[in-house]
Structure formats: C-alpha cells, structure tokens
Design a protein around this ligand. Structure first.
Ligand code: SF4
Length: 333
C-alpha cells in the first residue's frame, strides 16, 4: 500500500501539481530566458511522445497529482497540442489543466484547446507597447499576443492571466498601463520578479524590480490595492484587487518573498528529466524508464525518491546559490 501514499517531502509539503514541458523550442527570444542567437534545441526523438507523457501522468495520479500545467519553451509550437490536452483531460483524477504560453499562436489554437478540456491560460507578456515588447523578446509579435488574449477570453477561458516579468529599468513604465489593462479587460495581471534562470547567466539582483515597489506605484497612481481574501494556499502568486473591486493584480515575489514552504510542484522536462524544484541542480532521468525498461512501480518509486530529496527552497538569497545549468526555456515555468 506504501506505493499509493501521497508525495510528501521531508518538510511536510504535499505535492499534487505537475508541470509538463512539452518542448524547449520557442518562437521568440526573451532575454531573461534564452540566448539571442544560436540556440541548440532538442531533436524530436529526444522529446517525450504524447503516449509517454500520458503514461507518466497515469503513473503519478495515484500518488496524488491532480493538477497539470503545460509549458515549454513555447508549448503551442508543439504540433497537435490539443490532442495531448484531450488525452490528459480524460485521465480520471486530473482536476485541472492549465497552460503557460507566450500567446503568439494562441488566437489560432484557443478554440481547439478549450474544446479539448483546457481551462486556464497564462500568457507571458512583459510590456504593453510593441517597442518595449521587442526589447524583452527580441522579436515582433505584440499584436498577435493581444489577439490571442482576446481569443482566449472569447472562447471561454476564465481566468485569463498575464504574467509580466518585472525588470528594473524596463518595467517601471509598464506598471500603470498594466494596472489599467487589468481594470479594462478583466485579465488578471501578475508581476513575476525577474529570476536567475537565463541562458546567458546575466541575472543581477540589482535588475529585479520588487513586488512592493510595484504595489506602491499602482496604489499611488491608480488607487490602493487590497489583498484578496481566500488565497489558494499553494499558489505562487499573492493576489490583490483595486479597492473599488475592479482589476486583479498578482505578485510572484520569488526573490523578495520566497514561497517555497508552500510549494506543491514538481516538473518534468520535454526530454523526460524529473525536477523536484525549478532551481534544482539534480534531475532524475525518466525517459528510458518511460520509453523502454521501466515498470509503473519503478517510475513511481523514482518520483517518490525525487520528492524525498527535495531541498527546503531556492537559495537565491544566500551565498550558496548556484544557478542551474539548464535554462528556463528547457525547464518550463
Ligand atoms: S523555487 Fe523550488 S521549492 Fe521554491 S517554490 Fe519554486 S519550485 Fe518550489
């Protein structure tokens, strides 16, 4: 019976949320994630197939996993993603499937994804002007992202959330426009403190624009933000609403207010490596087990061992911090 015990680590954290990276490829080049040029992507045969991803999810559901999030790279560049969503939505025990996308291909895929059973979408958008968008992404595409957000709302995704990475020297001018955007569109805007996961290892603490600074600016220039009641205990974001009740703003303050002690997440990379933390320096290779040699019990045991070995949290605020070798685009948000 021990093989069905929930996934609880040595700090008493229950893990029920799996993030699945379906590709490392992307159609833009955000500086806080990817190198500008000469990116080496995985070959197709290195990627887990939809069958292997489905098998893995069927193995971890009895261990208590019931929430899934599809990530990349950019997940919408993986062909027929809606078919994967259908497969996963059909697995008994899966209660919720979300997706994190850069929105460039969303307008054309929103309907099929919703029909397949996807219910929540987070769109990564760091600026509300084409020029600043390009400064972040090193590519054009701003208008397509806005079209994608509208399409997602139109087909019924609710909530649609926007994730904006907050970088000092770039985000300040976007703060009030994002506040207005949240109030005018009903989209929830979440500011994510810039994290050391970039391929160029160029992250600096001085470049992080902290959540409290953004709250001060919004409260001063629009109106006070009120902490939202009944926060989901394991959610990485802390949510607020403007005092008149119009417009929701969230903060993922990984640097200034780490939330590791309520973490319920594990990740599998597109090439089948299990990571018990976004900043983990170790990985467990599950592809061979999934592809050829392993039984479901062996895979479950490997997952359990990885969770048991999970550290207390990221050590970004300590002298011990070592940035993982694997960059963000190959881990998934
Ligand atoms: S840094 Fe690691 S432990 Fe902390 S919240 Fe993120 S995934 Fe969880």
């Amino acid at each position: 019976m021990s093989e069905l015990l929930p996934l609880i680590d040595s700090f008493g954290r229950l893990h029920n949320n799996l993030r699945i990276s379906v590709t490392d490829r992307c159609n833009i080049r955000c500086f806080y994630c990817m190198p500008a040029e000469n990116v080496e992507f995985m070959d197709k045969q290195e990627l887990l197939t939809f069958e292997e991803i489905e098998r893995f999810v069927r193995v971890v559901v009895p261990l208590g996993i019931n929430k899934l999030r599809l990530t990349g790279g950019e997940p919408l560049v993986r062909r027929d993603l809606d078919q994967l969503v259908s497969r996963l939505a059909a697995i008994p025990g899966i209660e919720d499937i979300g997706l994190t996308t850069n929105g460039i291909l969303l307008a054309e895929q929103a309907e099929a994804l919703h029909a397949a059973g996807l219910r929540r979408i987070n769109v990564s958008l760091d600026a509300l002007t084409p020029g600043k968008f390009k400064q972040f992404t090193r590519r054009d595409g701003f208008e397509k992202v806005i079209e994608g957000i509208k399409a997602a709302q139109r087909v019924g995704f609710d909530p649609v959330k926007v994730n904006a990475v907050s970088v000092r020297g770039l985000t300040e001018e976007e703060i009030v426009p994002f506040g207005d955007f949240a109030r005018n569109t009903g989209v929830e805007v979440r500011f994510i403190e810039y994290m050391p996961l970039d391929a160029d290892n160029a992250w600096e603490r001085e470049k992080v624009l902290f959540a409290h600074e953004i709250i001060e600016r919004l409260s001063a220039e629009i109106m006070p933000l009120i902490p939202e009641g009944n926060q989901e205990p394991h959610a990485p974001a802390t949510d607020f609403v403007f005092e008149d009740g119009i417009g929701r703003i969230g903060f993922i303050a990984s640097i200034s207010q780490p939330f590791c002690m309520s973490c319920n997440r594990i990740r599998i990379t597109a090439d089948g490596k299990l990571r018990n933390c976004l900043f983990s320096l170790e990985e467990t290779d599950l592809r061979l087990l999934l592809r050829r040699t392993g039984s479901d019990a062996e895979i479950a045991a490997a997952v359990r061992a990885s969770v048991a070995a999970k550290k207390e949290g990221h050590e970004i605020n300590t002298a011990r911090f070592i940035q993982p070798e694997r960059p963000m685009y190959s881990i998934g948000g």
